[in-house]
Design a binder for this molecule. Structure first.
Ligand SMILES: Cc1cc2nc3c(=O)[nH]c(=O)nc-3n(C[C@H](O)[C@H](O)[C@H](O)COP(=O)(O)OP(=O)(O)OC[C@H]3O[C@@H](n4cnc5c(N)ncnc54)[C@H](O)[C@@H]3O)c2cc1C
Ligand SMILES: NC(=O)c1ccc[n+]([C@@H]2O[C@H](COP(=O)([O-])OP(=O)(O)OC[C@H]3O[C@@H](n4cnc5c(N)ncnc54)[C@H](O)[C@@H]3O)[C@@H](O)[C@H]2O)c1
Length: 445
């Protein structure tokens, strides 16, 4: 029976960082994953998605510039897109495991559960540890509808060998919209069925509204306020039954993805045997990211109750857990976090939406505009560009910023710097930026 100082479940952004740091402090560390090593971001999330997106970006620019400098046939070769992404990601599992082993971490593979607060078993092996770290991330939610087993999930997108004629996404959030934009540009007929009345529900209504228009321009059939009730297999195709406006509808599609959200991966771990309380948001943790019910357990990354499921946050939380395990007393301090949906155009946001600010009765000025006629958009023959900035009237501090543009992912970072360092709106507007650039447009926001 192996005995550890720290045993970590999950080898993604969060788990591997904690393992590395604890080992460097001379602790005896073990780690386990029930899939290949490396986690979601590097293999089934951010990185392969962005690699695949490079072709969509090239396609979009070339298509927009046709007749203004670009000639000839412009098309996406899906097989090459997949091969390109796989070239970058295929060696990650082995490299991650080798890196951990080289630091002295004992690496395991398997699916296990807790016997008690100090004992974890898998495949006939028993592990004892003084401390445990839960870093098992999230997985797609179960829809609980008949025929759900016919639906694909986000990891399947990265192994989709051939493109069918028609694909449907159930859920118009980050994943549904990023994937649907990629497939639509590759020539697939795409439908998005979203239960809410806007796409990208956490984002500002104003910018999400432009994404709806941009998605429809691209030929994506977006159906809002609709709920899928069952999935039927009909020969080689799927028949989706959904309700909208109190009536039943149906749709035939070749493939359908469940992109209706993700939930913490905790069920199979039987954490209740260890006295660790979990909730809808994952493992319930305090400000030190220590379990609220069992002091030898920590949680970080997507699976912790304090997290927003974004890679930089998983890293930030892992840093806090590693510090607390190695003798420092470190609190997790919430920060203003920018995030972006990598559609084309991109939708980015940070801080409060106008509605959230209004709900709090804040004394604010809202600066917003459809900026599609500005130079940066016209230069690309593009169509959409808009922003909304919410500013506190007393302090001139930025409470929220929201942008839809071809470079929103970068422009929003300037707002992240301002908001996390108490710069005023006037200060970032007075800053000298490179010209002509997207950042320079902030002077006119
Ligand atoms: C399609 C997609 C695109 C995304 N794009 C972005 C993006 O552009 N930007 C961004 O910031 N974020 C993005 N995210 C979110 C980001 O990937 C996650 O926030 C991040 O990967 C979480 O890291 P983590 O270490 O907490 O969990 P993970 O990386 O998910 O790691 C958890 C690990 O635990 C393992 N595991 C699970 N259950 C068990 C078990 N029972 N026993 C042992 N091991 C287990 C898993 O196999 C996995 O290796 C995306 C997510 C998806 C799905
Ligand atoms: N670019 C990025 O940073 C990025 C990209 C992908 C994922 N992520 C992270 O992963 C998390 C999960 O992403 P996601 O897209 O799975 O979830 P999400 O919460 O962003 O979107 C899920 C959508 O599905 C809808 N929905 C839920 N049930 C439904 C049903 N039965 N029928 C129709 N629609 C339904 C919801 O209303 C919501 O709009 C995100 O919160 C995000 O933090 C980030």
């Amino acid at each position: 029976m192996e005995q550890y100082d720290v045993f970590i479940l999950g080898t993604g952004t969060a788990g591997k960082l904690v393992a590395d740091r604890c080992c460097s402090h001379g602790m005896k560390v073990g780690i386990i994953d029930n899939r290949e090593y490396g986690g979601t971001c590097s293999q089934r999330g951010c990185d392969p998605k962005k690699l695949m997106l490079a072709s969509s970006e090239a396609y979009e620019l070339a298509t927009n510039m046709k007749g203004d400098g670009i000639a000839g046939e412009i098309r996406i070769d899906w097989k090459e897109v997949q091969d390109y992404a796989r070239r970058y990601t295929s060696n990650i599992p082995e490299n991650t495991e080798q890196m951990l082993k080289s630091k002295g971490v004992d690496c395991y593979h398997g699916d296990g559960h807790f016997e008690d607060a100090h004992t974890f078993t898998f495949d006939g092996t028993t592990i004892k540890s003084k401390k445990f770290v839960i870093a098992t991330g999230m997985k797609p939610i179960e829809l609980g509808i008949p025929g759900e087993e016919h639906l694909l999930e986000s990891p399947d997108f990265f192994t989709l060998k051939e493109l069918p004629e028609k694909v449907t996404f159930i859920g118009g959030g980050y994943i549904g919209m990023e994937f649907s934009h990629m497939l639509a540009r590759a020539g697939v007929k795409v439908t998005v069925i979203e239960q809410g009345d806007q796409l990208l529900s956490p984002f500002e209504e104003f910018t999400a509204g432009f994404l709806l228009d941009a998605s429809r321009d691209l030929g994506i059939d977006v159906i809002l306020n609709a709920q899928v009730s069952s999935v039927e297999k009909k020969d080689d195709r799927l028949l989706l039954h959904y309700s909208k406006d109190s009536s039943q509808h149906q749709q035939t599609t070749d493939l359908a993805f469940n992109t209706a959200g993700r939930e913490p991966s905790v069920k199979s771990l039987q954490l209740e045997n260890a006295g660790v309380v979990t909730g809808r948001d994952g493992v319930m943790v305090d400000e030190y990211l220590c379990s609220t019910s069992q002091s030898n357990f920590y949680a970080c990354g997507d699976v912790s109750s304090k997290n927003l499921p974004l890679t930089p946050l998983s890293g930030l939380e892992a840093d806090v857990v590693a510090a607390n395990l190695t003798g420092e007393k470190k609190k997790f301090k919430p920060v203003d976090i920018p995030s972006v949906t990598f559609t084309i155009p991109q939708v980015a946001g940070i801080g409060l939406t106008e509605k959230q600010a209004a709900d709090q009765n804040l004394d604010i000025t809202v600066h917003h505009q459809d900026a599609s006629s500005w130079f940066n958009t016209r230069r690309l023959n593009a169509k959409y560009y808009a922003y909304k900035v919410i500013v506190d009237n007393k302090t001139d501090k930025i409470l929220g910023a929201h942008i839809i543009s071809h470079e929103a992912a970068e422009t929003i970072n300037i707002f992240a710097v301002a908001m996390n360092n108490d710069l005023t709106f006037t200060q970032i507007k007075r800053t000298i930026y490179t010209y002509p650039s997207w950042a320079n447009d902030i002077k006119s926001f």
